[in-house]
Design a protein around this ligand. Structure first.
Ligand code: SPM
Length: 342
């Protein structure tokens, strides 16, 4: 099946098996995801429009108990329910348009650059001339937009489970979804876990896992079998960068990810982070790993994309200095993570 995007570039929509809808999921918190997160009611049961502060969106979740970041809502632009999650877009008074999945903020127009640029350029500037890149998740297209900056890249595959996320992003976030317009992009709507299993061994130079949090459709993307599939899909010395949560909120999840990655990836294993004002705790981390092969020194990028004059859209957030600094951890995190990472 094929679908046309806004620019008339044809993107392929394959028939990879689609994961079962989340209502049927009763995993009970296995594989490093705490029971408390898997069994408590989550935000899909309400829209996120605050019952406490009328006219505000409040982000309430068992993943960050006892706190709720709020944004003033000018107008709700879209509300829908896909096979996997509730999807909402609203116009905020200070952060532009906001994309929310199951009551959790995925991006705002104002600060999305801090996430999309870092999750993309931390891995891609760490290896010479990446050619084939896979994105798992990332249905808003922002990571694609960033990968498209690399002239060395010949092929960009993306596997996003939720078609509604892609459609809503194209409609409401054209400056983010612009990534889908690159002719090197092939869009697969389906389960990233199944997609990776079908990929030929050693296919990709880099895999970027732009997932939501590990409750709901993205849970398997934080588990060991998934990391093993990623490692298999990468060439020797290939790299993965995956959303790896907050050191303030989820050290238990991060320690689980680090332990799994240390077993699976025989090259480098490092944790980096960035600020994102609209994510809980104001920051989010990334796990960066490489497979056995040519050494990858994530802390010292081999390519300075910020000095590449051919960029048509200037980078808003990432630069080479921030790249190296992103791997410096607060002491409490260094003790918990640093001792386990190479
Ligand atoms: N392309 C943007 C998609 C964003 N993916 C990550 C969303 C994470 C949201 N929750 C953050 C919670 C931090 N602990």
């Amino acid at each position: 099946m094929a679908a046309e995007n806004n620019n008339n570039n044809v993107v392929q929509v394959s028939d990879f098996p689609v994961k079962r809808p989340r209502e049927e999921e009763q995993d009970g918190g296995q594989n490093g995801v705490p029971d408390t997160l898997s069994t408590q009611p989550n935000h899909s049961q309400h829209s996120g429009i605050s019952p406490v502060l009328p006219g505000w969106f409040s982000e309430i979740s068992p993943m960050w108990p006892g706190e709720a970041h709020s944004l003033k809502v000018e107008k709700v632009l879209f509300e829908g329910k896909s096979d996997y999650q509730n999807v909402m877009v609203f116009q905020s008074s200070t952060y532009g348009k906001v994309l929310v999945l199951d009551g959790v903020i995925q991006l705002t127009e104002r600060d999305e650059c801090a996430y999309q640029e870092m999750i993309t350029h931390l891995p891609l500037c760490s290896i010479p001339k990446p050619k084939k890149v896979l994105v798992i998740g990332g249905g808003d297209g922002g990571v694609l937009r960033e990968i498209a900056r690399y002239s060395s890249v010949e092929k960009i595959d993306i596997c996003e489970i939720d078609k509604m996320v892609v459609e809503v992003s194209k409609q409401f976030f054209p400056d983010v979804a612009v990534g889908f317009e690159d002719p090197r992009v092939t869009l697969n709507i389906g389960d990233g876990v199944a997609f990776l299993k079908a990929v030929e061994e050693g296919t990709y130079d880099a895999v970027i896992v732009d997932s939501s949090d590990p409750i709901g459709p993205a849970q398997e993307l934080f588990e060991k079998p998934f990391f093993a599939s990623v490692a298999r899909a990468l060439r020797p010395g290939g790299v993965v960068c995956t959303q790896a949560e907050s050191i303030w909120l989820h050290m238990d999840i991060i320690e689980g990810i680090v332990a799994n990655c240390r077993q699976i990836f025989k090259g480098s294993v490092n944790y980096a982070w960035t600020t994102v004002p609209t994510y809980p705790s104001g920051m989010i981390g990334f796990m960066l790993c490489s497979t056995e092969g040519p050494t990858v020194d994530f802390l010292n990028p081999v390519y300075s994309i910020d000095e590449d004059d051919s960029q048509t859209r200037p980078l808003k957030f990432y630069n080479s200095e921030l790249h190296s600094a992103a791997f410096c951890l607060p002491s409490f995190a260094k003790r918990a993570i640093g001792s386990k990472a190479k």
